[in-house]
Write a protein that binds this ligand. Structure first.
Ligand SMILES: *Cc1c(COP(=O)(O)O)cnc(C)c1O
Length: 389
């Protein structure tokens, strides 16, 4: 991967390997923020000193990749994303290991998914290499912000929004790609904790043929009402059923869902209404590595409730980048409530969590090459010596 940066601090082009076609211009902040201490980190409330931005203009393509001080956008009130939600995003993390190395977890898979999401929303494709470069360049500039306490990490939020100021409904003629970074704590302060979820047969999140397979703002807007209703009834998350028959499991909250019934691990297939989670894929891969039967098949809420009643449903958990795994301790459906594994985290759920965390922090073998270390940046040619001098 060729990475090229133009740094205003010393006027050098920084790169690793061959310089890329477009150097990324860096403008450093003159007002660095105070960094939160590792113990006080929560999810998504603190942001680093810089952001990455790149724009798309019809006829010109994507242009002006740059790193600039973290700052608000100025948007025309008619900007189409504000009215019609033509936008996509992704979410991944970088971890600092005990060895001091900063590693991204499955960065290329996330960059590829961002592009697939763009496709669903008629947003012009990004160069996946350039997206990866934006990850390395921005995390490189703000690397002091990567926390080091185990369980903490740096969350990367790349997003694309339609930036054209026009009230007609059509694919916009201009877009902005941006990347922001947030140091985050462990999703659950006391380790992983089982949640209570409610299967809803009245509200739906996405349907086949819709946007369910894209990571896009609209799906989140569609989930808020039912999530509030579930919380009023004492549940943490909604278990979404399919949008046509209200019968088959789709997802839980903003995570993929998995159950263990007898010896089989089951998760819904990628048929268009759910997101292809990177954690979902990692967990299926690990289960298969360990010789377990992991099936991607339709599974009905009736099958799950029956298995809960007859004692064969031993574990249930959600999967996602933020929490890795989120065990389900209680499931409600049509007025019935069932407890899973006595409301405690099951042994497989815990084993999967430990295995993924071990890979992310560089503590165990990474057989599938899921992590990539942050690329160190060097000044071009012999100029690094000049800078040091
Ligand atoms: C992001 C997301 C997930 C989890 O995906 P990961 O790649 O594992 O983080 C699952 N479902 C939805 C709807 C999501 O937006």
């Amino acid at each position: 991967m060729a990475l090229a940066l133009f740094d205003d601090r010393d006027g050098f082009v920084w790169f690793d390997g061959k310089p890329g076609p477009t150097p990324i211009a860096i403008t450093r902040t003159t007002e660095p923020k105070v960094r939160p201490v590792d113990d006080e980190l929560r999810f998504g409330s603190a942001f680093t000193d810089h952001m990455f931005r790149m724009d798309y203009t019809e006829g010109r393509g994507w242009h002006d990749p740059r790193i600039l001080p973290y700052q608000p956008f100025s948007l025309d009130p008619a900007t189409s994303v504000l009215h019609y939600a033509q936008s996509v995003f992704d979410g991944l993390k970088a971890y600092r290991g005990q060895d001091g190395v900063i590693r991204f977890f499955r960065a290329a898979t996330h960059a590829a998914r961002l592009n697939r999401s763009c496709g669903y929303l008629c947003i012009p494709a990004l160069d996946p290499e350039l997206v990866l470069q934006s990850f390395h360049a921005l995390v490189g500039v703000d690397q002091a912000w990567v926390p080091s306490k185990r369980g903490t990490s740096l969350y990367l939020r790349p997003a694309v929004i339609a930036s054209e100021a026009f009230l007609g409904v059509h694919p916009a003629k201009s877009y902005t790609y941006f990347l922001i970074l947030s140091p985050v704590g462990p999703y659950y302060a006391e380790g992983i904790n089982p949640v209570k979820i409610l299967a809803t047969d009245t509200h739906v999140r996405a349907v086949q043929g819709g946007l369910g397979a894209a990571k896009t703002a609209a799906n989140y807007a569609a989930s808020i009402f039912a999530a509030e209703e579930a919380q009023k009834q004492g549940y943490t998350q909604v278990l979404w059923l399919d949008g046509v028959e209200h019968k088959y499991l789709d997802e839980v909250g903003t995570m993929n869902i998995m159950v263990k019934i007898g010896d089989e691990i089951v998760t819904p297939p990628l048929t268009g209404s759910i997101l292809a989670g990177v954690t979902r894929d990692s967990i299926l891969t690990l289960c298969r590595d360990w010789g377990m039967k992991a099936s991607e098949r339709r599974i009905s809420i009736d099958e799950v409730m029956a298995a809960a009643r007859n004692g064969t449903l031993s574990e249930m958990w959600g999967t996602g980048t933020a929490a890795v795994v989120s065990p389900v301790g209680e499931l409600g459906y049509k007025g019935e409530r069932v407890t899973i594994n006595d409301g405690k985290t099951g042994p497989l759920t815990q084993k999967l969590y430990d295995a993924i965390i071990g890979i992310q922090y560089g503590e165990t073998g990474d057989a599938h090459g899921w992590t990539t270390p942050l690329q160190a940046l060097r000044a071009a040619g012999g100029e690094s010596a000049a800078r040091k001098g």
